[in-house]
Design a protein around this ligand. Structure first.
Ligand code: NOJ
Length: 554
C-alpha cells in the first residue's frame, strides 16, 4: 500500500450558502467562511472541500454553473476567494474545489450560444436530439423528477438534462469540450488549489444511441441510469483528464459516483490506473430506501450496514482507496437518521463518528456534524428550498399521496435537512446571519451549537477532535487492515484493524439499550477513546463506543 497525504487526511465539507454570513444578506459567503477558519483548525481537519462558489443562477444552489472561472456575487469576489485560499494555506490546511462538469447551467454562455441556432459553434457542446413521434427522444427520467429532456422551441430539438432543466448535460464526446474543461481545471490548479471533488463524474459517458430503458410499473419515465452511469468511455475520459491535468500536480481527487460496485471502484481508484484517488459510493446511503427509492422509507438494519461497509473495506484492501462518510449536503443528518437525536444525542453522534473514523479510508465531516446538528421538520412545504424536495412534493401530490405521508418522507430524507444554517451559538439566527436567513434555522440551535460544544470538554465536538488526533497518532488507524468481528451480533458493530504488531479494536453499540459482548480479546488493551466518562463496564451502555489498542509481542 502506497502512502499518501490524502490517505492520512480528514476532510471537512463546507456548503457555503449555509456556513457563515458576513454581510447580513442571509446567505453564507467567503468572508464568513474566512472568519471561521480558526475554528476548523481547532477541530484539526486537514482539507476543506468547498461546494460550488462559482457564478450561478442557483437553480440547484450552485451546482448549475454559468461561469466556471468567476465567483457568485452573493458569496463575494475572486479577491475574497484568493484571500480564502491564502488563509487556508497559512493555517496549514488545504482547499479542494467542487468540479461540476457533467452539466453546466443553461445560463452558461456556451449554452446560450448553443441554443441560438443549430449551426452555432457551441451547439455540439451539449446533447441535442430531435423528438420521436412528437415526444421526447427517449424515455429517461431526470434525477430531479420529470423527463430528462427539454424541448427547445427556437431550434425545434430537445436537449438532455439528467438533473434540472436548467442543468443541460455537456457533450463529453466532443474533444473541444473536454479541452475547455481541462483548461479550466488547470487554471484553478495554477491558482494553487489542492484538488477537486467531482460531481456525478461517472455520468459523463453516455451509451451511444441513448436507448430507451424499461419503465417500471406505476412510473411515467424510465431510469435510464444503466445507459449513463459508468458508461463505455468513462475510463478513457478520466485517464485523459489525469494525463492532461491531474498528474501534473500534487493534489487529491474524489469522484462522486452513484451506482458503483467495489469492482468498478477499484478501476477508478487503483494507483496504477491513473484515474482518481477515491470515490464517493452510495450503497450505504441506500440501505434505508424502500423499493421505490429514497422517499420510500425503510428502517436501516444493522446487519445490512455491517455487510455493506465491511464489503467495501475488504474489497479495497489491496487496491484503490475508500472515502468514509455518513453526511453531506445531499443526505439527511446521520444522528437523526441512524442514531437518536433526542434521548441519546451525544452518545449516538459520537458512536457513529467512532464507527466511521476508525475505518480504513479518508473520513469526511460535513459542516455541523462535528457538534451533532440534526434533521429539521418545517411545518410547511413553503419553508423548503431544495429543488429535488419541491419537485418530489409536487409529483407526490399529483399522484394523490396524502400531505402527511409526503411530509413524513421529507422530514426523513429531504436534502434541506443538511442545508439549514450552521448553528454557531445561541444568539438570533444561531449567529449565522444578522439578516433573514435564506432558509430557516433549525429551532434547536439554543441547545445544539458550536459555541456551547466548544466550551464543554465532554461534547461531540471534542470527541471529533480526539478521533482526528488518533488518526494522526496511530498509523494503524490509517493503514491497518480491516476485519469484521461479531458478524452476527444483532446490536454491536465491532471490527479490528491490524498493522504490524498493533491491533485496534473498535466496538460500537448501535442501539439505545445495553448490549452484551465478550470483551476477553481486549483485556490488557489500552482504552484510547470512549464516549462514556464512567469506568468501563462489562455491558455496553446505550450507543457506547470504545476503541482499544492491543500491542502484541514482536
Ligand atoms: C450531486 C450534488 O452533490 C448535488 O447536490 C447536485 O444536485 C447534483 N449532483 C447535480 O449537480
Amino acid at each position: 500500500m502506497q502512502k499518501a497525504w490524502w490517505k492520512e487526511s480528514v476532510v471537512y465539507q463546507v456548503y457555503p450558502r449555509s456556513f457563515m454570513d458576513s454581510n447580513g444578506d442571509g446567505i453564507g459567503d467567503l468572508q464568513g467562511m474566512i472568519s471561521k477558519l480558526d475554528y476548523l483548525k481547532e477541530l484539526g481537519i486537514d482539507v476543506i472541500w468547498l461546494s460550488p462558489v462559482y457564478r450561478s443562477p442557483n437553480d440547484d444552489n450552485g451546482y448549475d454553473i454559468s461561469d466556471y472561472q468567476d465567483i457568485m456575487d452573493e458569496f463575494g469576489t475572486m479577491k475574497d476567494w484568493e484571500q480564502l485560499l491564502k488563509e487556508v494555506h497559512n493555517r496549514g490546511m488545504k482547499l479542494i474545489m467542487d468540479l461540476v462538469v457533467n452539466h453546466s447551467s443553461d445560463e452558461h454562455k456556451w449554452f446560450v450560444e448553443a441554443r441560438s441556432s443549430k449551426a452555432n459553434k457551441y451547439r455540439d457542446y451539449y446533447i441535442w436530439r430531435s423528438g420521436k413521434d412528437g415526444k421526447e427522444p427517449n424515455n429517461w427520467g431526470s434525477n430531479f423528477g420529470g423527463s430528462a429532456w427539454e424541448y427547445d422551441e427556437q431550434t425545434d430539438d430537445y436537449f438532455l438534462h439528467l438533473f434540472s432543466k436548467k442543468q443541460p448535460d455537456l457533450n463529453w464526446e466532443n474533444p473541444v469540450v473536454r479541452k475547455e474543461i481541462y483548461q479550466m481545471m488547470t487554471w484553478w490548479l495554477e491558482k494553487g488549489i489542492d484538488g477537486f471533488r467531482m460531481d456525478v463524474i461517472n455520468f459523463i459517458s453516455k451509451v451511444e444511441g441513448l436507448p430507451d430503458d424499461e419503465v417500471k410499473p406505476g412510473k411515467k419515465y424510465a431510469s435510464g441510469s444503466k445507459y449513463y452511469r459508468n458508461g463505455p468511455k468513462i475510463h478513457d475520459y478520466l485517464q485523459e483528464m489525469n494525463k492532461e491535468v491531474l498528474s501534473q500536480y500534487d493534489i487529491m481527487t474524489v469522484g462522486e459516483m452513484p451506482g458503483v460496485t467495489p469492482e468498478l471502484a477499484k478501476l477508478y481508484t487503483d494507483d496504477d490506473r491513473h484515474e482518481l484517488n477515491m470515490i464517493f459510493q452510495f450503497e450505504h446511503m441506500g440501505l434505508d430506501n424502500g423499493a421505490n427509492g429514497k422517499w420510500d422509507l425503510k428502517e436501516l438494519h444493522l446487519k445490512d450496514l455491517k455487510a455493506n461497509l465491511s464489503k467495501w473495506q475488504t474489497e479495497l484492501e489491496h487496491s484503490g482507496w475508500n472515502s468514509l462518510y455518513f453526511n453531506n449536503h445531499d443526505q439527511p443528518r446521520s444522528v437523526s437518521r441512524f442514531g437518536d437525536d433526542k434521548q441519546y444525542h451525544r452518545e449516538s453522534a459520537t458512536m457513529l463518528a467512532t464507527l466511521l473514523h476508525m475505518m480504513k479510508g479518508t473520513p469526511y465531516i460535513y459542516q455541523g456534524e462535528e457538534f451533532g446538528m440534526t434533521n429539521v421538520s418545517f411545518a410547511s412545504i413553503d419553508d423548503y428550498r431544495d429543488i429535488e424536495t419541491l419537485n418530489f412534493y409536487a409529483e407526490a401530490k399529483e399522484q394523490g399521496q396524502s400531505e402527511e405521508q409526503i411530509m413524513a418522507s421529507i422530514y426523513e430524507k429531504s436534502r434541506d435537512n443538511a442545508r439549514t444554517p450552521v448553528q454557531w451559538d445561541d444568539s438570533d439566527n444561531a449567529g449565522f446571519t444578522s439578516g433573514e436567513p435564506w432558509i430557516q434555522v433549525n429551532p434547536n440551535y439554543k441547545k445544539v451549537n458550536a459555541k456551547q460544544a466548544m466550551e464543554d470538554p465532554g461534547s461531540i465536538f471534542h470527541f471529533y477532535r480526539k478521533l482526528i488526533q488518533l488518526r494522526k497518532q496511530y498509523e494503524v488507524v490509517v493503514y491497518g487492515s480491516y476485519h469484521l468481528l461479531l458478524e452476527d451480533h444483532p446490536e454491536v458493530f465491532a471490527y479490528k484493524r491490524t498493522l504490524g504488531h498493533q491491533e485496534l479494536y473498535v466496538i460500537c453499540n448501535f442501539y439505545g439499550k445495553p448490549a452484551t459482548i465478550d470483551l476477553d480479546k481486549v483485556s490488557g488493551g489500552q482504552l484510547l477513546i470512549s464516549n462514556y466518562k464512567e469506568t468501563e463496564t462489562k455491558e455496553l451502555r446505550p450507543y457506547e463506543a470504545r476503541v482499544y489498542l492491543v500491542e502484541n509481542q514482536r
